[in-house]
Design a protein. Sequence first.
Length: 364
Amino acid sequence: MDNSFAKAYRNKVFHTHIIVTAIILVVVLFLYLFFDFVANGFIVSLLDMLFGRSSTITSFITNRYIFIPFLTVLSVFIGWVAVEGRALRKLSAAIGDMKDFFKNDSEHLILDKDFQEIAVELNSFKLNSIKNEQRAQMETQRKNDLITYLAHDIKTPLTSVIGYLSLLDEAKELPAMQRQKYIKITLDKAYRLETLVNEFFDITRFNLSTIPLEKEVIDLKLMLMQMADEFYPTLAPSGKSALINVPDGLSVYADSDKLARVFNNILKNAVTYSAPNSVIEIAARSEIGAVEIAFKNTGVRIPEERLRAIFEKFYRLDESRSSNTGGAGLGLAIAKEIVEAHGGIINASSCEEYTVFTVTLPIL
């Protein structure tokens, strides 16, 4: 219970004290004055008969200057006992309900109207706790799944590397062209292993510490055109291409290496999931105090529930877990970590015809 609620509750109990005390005092005084003026003879006679005219009790009751202050004090005491007792009973009942709420996993806590503020806060707290627990369980499950995926993803290229190297070692008389083919396959599989290992190291480093940034002014058009050229060997075999639409002179203040990593991961994702013979459009524009960079590719629509999870660690759109499609599901999570370290935002949207990844970065 926070200070504001406790103070408000104490004030409410205090006001109740005053009201109850006033009511009791008025009633008692009314009865006393009624009997004093209307039934005075009867009261005096009754007291004489019970205690005697000269007794202390008779003198005390018939002396209004003594008896009225006594009634006032008595009224205050009775009112205090009544109000405090009621408040304690309500508080005790509320505490019991709260214990049951957490002990028995009740879905919703309902308290007396005086404790509605606490009920709302506790319901919100428990709901958030349940969501956090579910989120933690989901991430743990993804990590467990990831171990299985890695066992498959690493074992496959590693087995190939060992197999081809053994073949090259044993078959001394292989034709040069065949030998070259086996060496290329072995090298590709080794690069695949390196990519997987690097992704794990990166997400661990970014997750456990603040990402150090070495910012500088970056020419966005130049960076994106260089990246498109680097991806040409990957795009060309499936008839894909990258179209850069960035105005001259558009720049951003950021860490060039890490921003290149963001764009690389997004573009790699676009290449993997875009349709054959399609164009991946990369556009940038200046907004008020920010720069927006959008990567648009045609392809299968990404469902809304997957869009919400696409930047989570260990999440992969390709549930078949093919070794030829993407890494371990960390590329976009790494991109998100880097963008947020720059004070920016990354999001994704998708419709039947295309998918767009948007990065918004502050100019300074």
